[in-house]
Design a binder for this molecule. Structure first.
Ligand SMILES: [Zn+2]
Length: 306
């Protein structure tokens, strides 16, 4: 037993040890769990240069990237709809923190936002408006933003409260933050257990539950508005990959193979091919789980109150 929960400040207790999720870091990883909000913490060092290795290594496009463009478009439209549901509508200034190649920044510009992005580890040429910068060194005027999105950023941080507090200060009073993270209290986390796709240890540092994420928001001066559990991005695939990882020797093999981060081996490929039959099960299962508020990832919208 050691330390405090980075989400809610509750006491952390020993929980379980799981295999490393990435072919580059297979060593076992101990996890601690919060007695109050049931979020968890990775109790092993973060991989050095995490954002430059493993799944983020390749500057080349993922295998099959072109075929999924309509799907990516759907993901962006859902994120924009979640902002609208929280009262954040263009015109206005939006910043996407952890913008990757800037796909969402481009989509937000197309929707009428004055959108920019920050990306600490840019791969390839970023989209217009994306600055090669992390949170800490970013030069953003306090109170200057109408909306900020952090899409799968906070789980990578040992101190997500410091990051969210900094971002909250960039919002004007009434401005909206939209925060996406994996949900440890999900059907797929339970289904995948130690090989849950979104566990992604040791890269992921904080494993949130919805109550934990809402507690963190409140502590940084953000009033929670909606917690979305039905998300097309990440969720059906996460459940499917978690099911198939129960069959393959390499956890999340297809995901890593697509990222050019795992070799194409028959003992992984064969069960994965058979597992394709589970795809409709995963889509339906994740929809039901999301409606029951146990979605594999969640998106929290929250408004700056002070
Ligand atoms: Zn907690």
């Amino acid at each position: 037993m050691e330390g405090r929960c980075p989400a809610c400040g509750g006491a952390l207790r020993d929980w379980r040890t799981v295999p490393g999720s990435d072919p580059a870091w297979p060593a076992p990883v101990p996890l601690l769990r919060c007695a109050a909000c049931a979020s968890a913490v990775t109790a092993a060092p973060a991989p050095a240069q995490a954002h430059h290795a493993g799944q983020y290594a390749s500057a080349r496009a993922p295998r099959g990237a072109r075929g999924v463009a309509p799907l990516l478009d759907l993901f962006d439209r859902q994120r924009l709809a979640q902002l609208r549901a929280a009262g954040a509508r263009p015109p206005g200034v939006l910043l996407d923190v952890g913008a990757g190649r800037g796909r969402f920044v481009t989509a937000a510009r197309g929707a009428g936002w004055a959108a920019g992005g920050l990306e600490p580890a840019p791969r390839g040429a970023p989209a217009p408006g994306v600055q090669p910068s992390g949170l800490e060194e970013a030069d953003v005027a306090p109170g200057s933003l109408d909306a900020v999105t952090l899409w799968h950023v906070l789980e990578h941080l040992d101190d997500p409260g410091a990051a969210l507090g900094r971002v909250a200060g960039w919002l004007r009073p009434g401005g909206v933050a939209l925060v996406g993270v994996p949900n440890l209290a999900s059907l797929q986390a339970r289904t995948g257990g130690p090989v849950w796709f979104h566990l992604d240890v040791p890269r992921h540092r904080t494993h949130f539950t919805a109550p934990g994420l809402r507690a963190l928001a409140r502590a940084t001066g953000l009033e929670p508005l909606h917690t979305h559990h039905v998300l097309a991005e990440h969720n059906p695939f996460g459940l499917w990959q978690s099911l198939v990882s129960r069959l393959t020797p390499t956890p999340s093999w297809l995901f890593h193979a697509l990222k050019r981060n795992a070799p194409l081996t028959a003992r992984d490929a064969l069960p994965t091919a058979l597992g394709l039959a589970l795809a409709p099960v995963a889509v339906l299962g994740e929809l039901v789980a999301g409606l029951a508020r146990h979605g594999g990832t969640i998106a929290l919208s929250a408004r700056r109150t002070r």
